[in-house]
Write a protein that binds this ligand. Structure first.
Ligand code: ATP
Ligand code: MG
Length: 392
């Protein structure tokens, strides 16, 4: 490892946002700073659509910082790089030492240069030619191949220094968390809702979670599993609150007083009302669910209309057009799959009707629900609400 090694994070869509660019950059710098804190002391600043993260001392964990940087939304690529003086000999020497292992493995290479500092006396083609020529002499067994090289050496001439690095890896993309507003995500222990939460966080939405529990029908392990899922998501989203809302009385009342075929739909209407109450208190402006069209009876178009009926905030359903296979692939990629498949009962599965209505009319559902004291049930559930702060 090189002592000077640092990280270059390239900004994504942020670059396109003209007016807002400044606040995007500020937000992203703040997020990167916060996320790298656990990896040691870093100096983080932005220049020309690039965030520089430089370790301040030797005790920084560069491996961990590299991984963490790849989980920050708003970053399109991450490269580990070494700064050096802005001269051809310094650049060549830096590449020789820093990329020695890469050169040992490669049969061919090329140099690709970028000149962010337009006042530099050589243009990017001249830099590539000069550095490439010298490196070819230093590594005679590695041929220059500008079309399909095994190794590309990147040189960036920037304000103060030149930077040398091997290829960048993809970052998490999207927009910096906090730029897309604030929403409450309904998090169950299933496969879908961690993915839907992640997708909205990637669009810059700051999340708070709400989870409904039905003790004694649902277990402590089921709740812990949800907290673990939230914990896994903090690597991407940063810290968050998880609101735990008791749901037992509502489910028992529904079972006692409503027709069985509407159990799930009425239950979901209560979830919306409660989530919205939590959102209102938190100053959030939307709800997020993991619903996908047609996946189960309560996710047909008509069923969704009966739940939207009680929501006054926008309900964001990022998985609406996704296949289960795609959702599973995504869950694996973001690291929630293994936890999601742990077998604990969720409140949705406790009182599942044998023959759920798939083409419910709004009128029938409203009528079925009118047997209940909706306001009282909602108020008592909210009284029992508690919350837990989950940190990365
Ligand atoms: P998931 O895989 O996310 O559990 P699902 O396919 O099992 O989804 P449902 O159980 O019908 O579908 O739930 C639909 C959505 O309702 C979930 O994606 C989630 O957003 C929300 N939800 C369901 N159960 C709960 C719960 N106990 N607490 C909070 N939200 C829930
Ligand atoms: Mg579920």
């Amino acid at each position: 490892m090189n002592n000077n090694e640092m990280l270059l994070l390239k900004l994504g869509e942020v670059v396109l946002k003209g007016q807002n660019r400044r606040s995007f950059e500020d937000r992203l710098v703040t997020n990167v700073r916060r996320r790298l804190k656990k990896c040691g002391s870093f100096q983080v600043y932005v220049r020309q659509s690039t965030i520089y993260a430089e370790p301040v001392n030797d005790s920084c964990d560069m491996e961990a910082a590299y991984r963490a940087a790849r989980q920050v939304f708003g970053v399109v690529s991450v490269a580990r790089a070494v700064p050096c003086e802005k001269t051809v000999p310094a650049i060549v020497e830096t590449a020789r030492v820093y990329l020695a292992e890469d050169f040992a493995r490669a049969k061919s290479f090329k140099v690709e240069s970028k000149r962010a500092d337009k006042s530099f006396h050589m243009n990017s083609i001249q830099v590539s030619q000069a550095v490439g020529g010298d490196l070819a002499e230093l590594f005679p067994s590695v041929a220059v191949d500008v079309h399909h090289p095994d190794l590309t050496v990147y040189v960036e001439i920037r304000e103060k220094y030149a930077y040398v690095h091997a290829p960048a890896v993809p970052g998490a993309g999207g927009l910096p968390v906090g730029m897309g507003g604030h929403a409450v995500s309904l998090l169950s222990g299933g496969l879908d809702s961690p993915v839907s939460s992640w997708m909205m966080a990637r669009r810059g939405v700051e999340l708070e979670m709400v989870h409904f529990v039905s003790p004694p029908y649902t277990s402590r392990q089921a709740q812990d599993k949800v907290l673990e899922l939230a914990q896994l998501l903090t690597a991407w989203c940063g810290r968050m609150l998880v609101h735990i809302v008791p749901f037992t009385e509502i489910q028992e009342e529904i079972r006692r007083k409503c027709p069985e075929e509407y159990f799930t739909l009425i239950m979901r209407r209560f979830m919306m009302r409660l989530a919205e109450a939590v959102a209102r208190r938190a100053g959030a402006r939307a709800l997020i669910t993991g619903e996908s069209l047609g996946q189960v009876a309560s996710q047909t178009m008509m069923a969704l209309a009966t739940t939207d009926d009680v929501a006054t905030m926008p309900v964001l359903r990022p998985l609406i057009g996704m296949d289960k296979v795609e959702i599973i692939r995504q869950a694996r990629e973001i690291g929630t799959y293994e936890t999601s498949i742990l077998p604990y009962e969720d409140c949705c599965t406790v009182f599942t009707p044998r023959h759920p209505a798939t083409r419910p009319s709004l009128e029938e559902v409203r009528r079925a629900e009118s047997a209940l004291d909706v306001e009282g049930l909602v108020a008592r559930a909210l009284e029992g609400e508690s919350w837990i702060r989950v940190k990365p």
